[in-house]
Design a protein around this ligand. Structure first.
Ligand SMILES: NC(=O)c1ccc[n+]([C@@H]2O[C@H](COP(=O)([O-])OP(=O)(O)OC[C@H]3O[C@@H](n4cnc5c(N)ncnc54)[C@H](OP(=O)(O)O)[C@@H]3O)[C@@H](O)[C@H]2O)c1
Length: 261
């Protein structure tokens, strides 16, 4: 197993869900954690808990990945001990709304494109040159099965994750000949705050997403991320696709009525 002890792991969107679970997994390995999100109070409280539990070094940063200049200046002005990033987990992302193309809210579309595509690009552009220079690095993108299994009313979210899929594959082409590895983890239904965000805070509607199934947990995804990151440097796990057992595809999900469960 490739050791991550004292390696710097940078996770975007570490304040909840998959990003937070990844932070726990990497903390367990003794990695140094660079954690980013917008909700700083929450991120700092989470980081304090990790420091106490795992005695690891953590640096938290406020980062709205949609803001190009904020990403550039924050990454440029990282404290000297935090610049040599070994693993980048491009996790910050969201779905916003679920409507037909004819009824969709353009603000929702922009939010998804700016976060899932442009944000991932800004962060990657800031981090990858240093990895090349140091001859070490691993970019792990959190994609989705929605990037190639499209579903009704998923239009723009699916398109952004299709873009992530294309970017993962083209990053690997561009970085061929360097030691930098590029992986994507593509989950199906994971129970996080994802659906609450998608449905603009409507928890009842969000809960329906996971009704009658045992969804994946953020820890299931973090397991896969860690697996990729801990292979020997000559092994690149290109893609991991995970779904709940009850989910055959984005549109085929076997749900058991609560009374039958
Ligand atoms: N849950 C699923 O079923 C599922 C399935 C496939 C793929 N995914 C992908 O998994 C990733 C993580 O989602 P999740 O399920 O863990 O949802 P989540 O619990 O809502 O977490 C999303 C994280 O992204 C951060 N974030 C959102 N917008 C951001 C921005 N503009 N700048 C910086 N950080 C931002 C949030 O932090 P702040 O709000 O504090 O900034 C939060 O930490 C996303 O890329 C999502 O598309 C999720």
């Amino acid at each position: 197993m490739h050791s991550l002890k004292n390696k710097i792991v940078f996770i975007t969107g570490a304040s909840s869900g998959i990003g937070a679970s990844c932070a726990v997994q990497f903390a367990r390995q003794g990695a140094k954690l660079l954690l980013a999100a917008r909700r700083m109070e929450r991120l700092d409280a989470f980081a304090d808990g990790l420091r106490k539990k795992f005695s690891v070094d953590i640096h938290t940063i406020h980062l709205d990945v949609r803001k190009r200049s904020e990403v550039e200046s924050t990454m440029d002005t990282l404290p000297s001990g935090w610049k040599k990033i070994s693993v980048l987990v491009n996790n910050a992302g969201l779905a916003s709304g679920m409507a037909t193309i004819q009824d969709g809210d353009v603000d929702d579309w922009e939010k998804m494109i700016d976060t899932n595509v442009k944000g991932l690009l800004y962060v990657s552009r800031a981090v990858i040159p240093g990895m090349i220079q140091r001859g070490e690095g691993h970019v792990i993108n959190i994609g989705s099965i929605a990037g190639y299994e499209f579903y009704p009313k998923g239009n723009v979210y699916c398109a952004t994750k299709a873009a992530v899929n294309a970017l993962t594959n083209t990053m690997r082409l561009d970085l061929n000949g360097t030691p930098i590895r590029v992986s994507t983890i593509d989950p199906g239904l994971v129970e996080t705050e994802f659906s609450i965000v998608r449905f603009h805070g409507d928890k009842e509607r969000a809960n329906k997403t996971y009704e009658g199934i045992t969804p994946l947990t953020p820890d299931d995804i973090a397991d896969a991320v860690l697996y990729c990151a801990t292979r020997s440097p000559h092994v690149n796990i290109q893609q991991v696709v995970l779904t709940p057992t009850a989910q055959a595809s984005t549109t085929i999900v076997h749900r058991v009525q609560t009374s039958q469960k």
